[in-house]
Design a protein around this ligand. Sequence first.
Ligand code: ADP
Ligand code: MG
Length: 628
Amino acid sequence: MSEVIRLLPDNIANQIAAGEVIQRPASVVKELIENAVDAGANNIELHIKDAGKTSIQIIDDGKGMSEMDAKMSFERHATSKITSAADLFTLTTKGFRGEALASIAAIAHVDMDTIELGAQLGTKIQIAGSKITSQEPSSRPKGTSISVKNLFFNVPARRNFLKSDNVETKHIIEEFNRIALTHPEIGFIFSHNGNVIHNLEGAGLRKRIVDLFGRNFNNKLVPIEEETDIVKVKGFIGKPEFSRKTRGEQYFFVNNRYFKDSYFNHAVVAGYDNLIPPKHHPSYFIYLEVPSQSLDVNVHPTKTEVKFEDGRSIYSIIRSAVKLALGKYNIAPILDFEHQSQFDLSLEQQNSPIRQPEIQVDTSFNPFKSSSSSGASVEKSNFGGNSSSSKNFGSSGSFGNSNAFNSIKPNKEEWEDFYKISEEAEEEITQAPKEIKFEEPLKSSSNKIQLHKNLLLIQVKSGAMLVHINRANERVLYDELMERFMLSPIAAQQLMFPYEYNLLSTQKLEWENNTSTLKRLGFDWDWQNNTLVLSSIPSMLEVEYVTQCLDGIVEKITHEELDKGELVHELILSLSAAATNHRSKSLSEEEMNYLIDRLFQSEQHQYSPSGKRILNTISIDELNNYLS
Ligand code: ADP
Ligand code: MG
């Protein structure tokens, strides 16, 4: 009988192993950047062509390799990082399996150019299908450059399996972000088809986050910090009002390694308590440090899952750290609210003589707080009722005036899709459980008093109603803009002096992708490199709030996977928020009446388009009890 069992030749074994480690261009990017980090690089460049399908090049200024090591590095299980199994538990490097380079060399054409620190001459090697095809000395000054070309050239099934350039690029950006966030101290350059996407200088974490995701992130972050024997927690979490329907930037790291963990994600969300509406996701960048013996990073070949010895305790520590961070920085909207009412005095008010108040109101009593009044149950049922419509529309949790869609037809083909979505949303809204309606305030006859600029106290039949003026304005403007936008472009105002706003190159690309929508909103502009030079802005927007508005818009166009209809909704939301946010002024009686009338024409008069409560009632009983 002849033998049937054979050892596989190395190159086939490597090809099979490669399937585990290298699934797509992004896996190559991850492995090679990690090697550069392990080599102690201070600066790393990533250049990709055609989403990495044509070529991926990583250049570092790390310690490099000797000629022998350069050749050895492509052997399977060739690693300089561990020598015994025990080392697995005290790892400080990213790699340790010695599989990456061998796997990549089995399925691509690889050029390596490297020089060992202090050596005179470096080494250039070419490899294809696991075989060295050429070797020569090199005169590079420092570090290592590795180019990976024609990925999966000899595994057509894999190559055909790759997704569109767009999707593969997104995977690469995600890997890049994870490493850039793990190592803010390292400088990175990232280019795609010759266009620089990121040029990040080594920095602290906060700056790194802002450089990666846009400067509007700067005022969204709250530091988080907790130290226990089991785990140290550091990093930043996003303020609740910036939570979104789509999962945004959610990053966990442990001992300087990115990982995914839905259990800990739950801990974070639980820490926000009910500060974020259901189905909204906060951003977070949370760095854990645990003793390396209590961590197993070896459970998954691509190593984004890790096992913790004491997961349950870490869960509670994360949750309370989040809670604490939010509490410490007075993030709850209710506190914002108090802040405004206490300190936001207009010049006019500051200068006027102090008058005896006509009624006494305790400013610490806040009916918007959900636990005390009937508002709590209303709030719940309202969010619940809206959640069915929420999948069509972004973060508001309450889609706007459906009246706007009854009477009008869009006159431009390009908005047809949007209209379709709106109709679907409307259907869902009508199917949603009926909202509990508030009693409408008695119109002109009812007493209205403006309190602390931002609140309106109105006498209603059953007691008193408190209305948040900015949010009411935001709702009215949002409904109006949504309706107008579908019919015709929003009126623009020409600026006497052009307004400049800097964008990252990725943001510039997205801005240009959305040119027609942004022009329809009333913006017009030229470019100076990556700087947007605005010559016109929407007419209702005051120049001093342009930055706020653009911050919101840029975030929406760059970071959400929104379809056109959702994007329009989000952009109008940013615009109405920026146009009304600071508008508190003394209102005349006519203005108060007008605002309330307009507000109650909206089907969604209880919530602002960004999901905040606009009004609440206090019953006569509650008012009386309050004094008893
Ligand atoms: P691992 O990272 O798991 O050790 P790799 O296959 O990724 O395995 O790399 C093999 C070895 O090649 C590494 O252990 C390291 O010694 C060397 N190496 C790879 N890339 C670099 C680099 N950019 N600079 C210096 N040495 C490198
Ligand atoms: Mg490696």
